[in-house]
Design a protein around this ligand. Structure first.
Ligand code: PEP
Ligand code: MG
Length: 325
């Protein structure tokens, strides 16, 4: 089976009826890149840059970050690379950054909220990203956005740093896309408004499910509420994809759900454009998608969204998967 999968490494990811999607990889460091290439990823769909800031005693400088981003872009050789700006806070802390104690860190000053509060930090990262952009196909992504004003402020800071760099004589790619994660329910519900302001969305289901179900993703006691195929979650995802489509934007997914074999037929049917997952899931996902009929799965979506539980939905999907495989 492994050798069968290996043959798919350089094949496109197209469904049986010829609908093409992109399969990308999630990475946390440059060490992950060889595995990404060996598994035939068509891009990087999420580079979690917080790992650059962890396990050290000072903030990484602009030069240090620039060289890491440049390396990733060069290694991916023109394939799309989505780099997410710093997503610290919540469960991820930095020993050298003093932050006030919070009673609900996952609902607190994390990710973009923190970056807008500590603009010096954020500007340094944006400069490094902009300078690296000419070495590949960069897409910059902002995490944890809840309201339009956060996006507008982040985009304003990006434009300011870009103008400064150009003035200083740096070359910057003119093909950079700017997108946001959809991982806060408010952003999913207002996706039609956000879609007018970004080039793409990437749905972060790990957090979107946590916040929609009000169930801490680290707490075993409520782990039963992590239900990617619950109708409430699927309806939100469907809404986000429709909103993006209406504005001609592409939508990816970079949470664990993107590599879930029961969810994939539904995501394909809803029209998700890009699936980003751990490198080892890419070839199995490609094999699965090549066996699916996109139009048939699209036709099943209205019925699925009307079902009452995750169990009903996964039974329904698995029944077809067994008969098609
Ligand atoms: C997510 O929330 O789904 C996501 C991809 O981001 P992280 O797991 O890093 O919070
Ligand atoms: Mg997240």
């Amino acid at each position: 089976r492994r050798s069968e999968l290996a043959k798919l490494k350089d094949q496109p990811t197209a469904s049986k009826d010829g609908h093409t999607v992109e399969l990308a990889a999630n990475i946390g460091s440059t060490e992950d890149l060889q595995k990404v290439l060996d598994n035939g990823a068509e891009g990087v769909g999420l580079f979690r840059t917080e790992f650059l800031y962890m396990g050290r005693s000072t903030f990484p400088t602009e030069e240090e970050q620039f060289s890491v981003y440049k390396h990733v872009l060069e290694k991916m050789d023109g394939k799309p690379v989505v780099i997410r700006t710093l997503d610290i806070g919540g469960d991820k802390e930095l020993s050298y950054m003093k932050l006030p104690q919070e009673s609900n860190p996952f609902l607190g000053l994390r990710a973009l909220r923190l970056c807008l509060d500590r603009q010096d930090l954020f500007r340094t990262q944006l400069r490094a990203l902009l300078r690296a952009s000419r070495y590949g196909l960069l897409k910059i992504m902002f995490p944890m956005i809840a309201v339009l004003e956060e996006l507008e402020e982040a985009k304003r800071l990006l434009q300011e740093e870009k103008a400064k760099l150009l003035q200083e004589g740096h070359a910057i790619s003119d093909k950079i896309e700017v997108g946001m994660m959809i991982e806060v329910p408010a952003a999913a519900l207002a996706a039609d408004q956000f879609a007018k302001e970004v080039d793409f969305f990437s749905i972060g289901t790990n957090d979107l499910i946590q916040y929609t179900m009000a169930a801490d993703r680290m707490n075993e006691q409520v782990a039963y509420l992590y239900q990617p195929c619950h109708p409430a979650i699927l309806r939100l995802i469907h809404m986000v994809i429709q909103a993006a489509e209406a504005e001609g934007r592409w939508v990816g997914m970079c949470g664990e759900m993107a590599g879930d074999e029961t969810a994939i037929p539904l995501l394909l049917g809803m029209g998700l454009h890009e699936f980003s997952m751990s490198a080892s899931s890419i070839l199995p996902a490609r094999a699965l998608i090549r066996d699916l009929n996109k139009a048939e799965w699209s036709g099943r979506i209205p019925q699925v969204l009307a079902m009452r539980s995750q169990a009903d939905i996964t039974d329904y999907v698995n029944k077809f998967l067994r008969s098609e495989a």
